[in-house]
Design a protein around this ligand. Structure first.
Ligand SMILES: [Zn+2]
Length: 61
C-alpha cells in the first residue's frame, strides 16, 4: 500500500493539462505560485488534500 500511487495530477495541473510531479504542492503549482491551490481529488469526496497556510509558513522558515 502506498507504493503504487495513482498518477493523478493535481486539480490545477489537470485543468491546465500539465504533467504533475506528484507532490504537495507539486512542481508546477510551485512554479506558478499556486502553492496554496495545489490539491488533489481523492476518491473520498470529503477528504480533499490541501496545503494549509500553516504548512506554507513552516516551509518559509
Ligand atoms: Zn499541481
Amino acid at each position: 500500500m502506498g507504493e503504487c500511487r495513482s498518477k493523478e495530477a493535481s486539480v490545477t495541473c489537470n485543468r491546465r493539462k500539465k504533467r504533475c510531479s506528484d507532490g504537495l504542492p507539486c512542481e508546477y503549482c510551485t512554479r506558478i505560485g499556486k502553492l496554496l491551490d495545489c490539491e488533489y481529488r481523492t476518491k473520498v469526496p470529503s477528504k480533499t488534500v490541501r496545503v494549509t497556510e500553516r504548512y506554507f509558513i513552516n516551509l518559509k522558515r
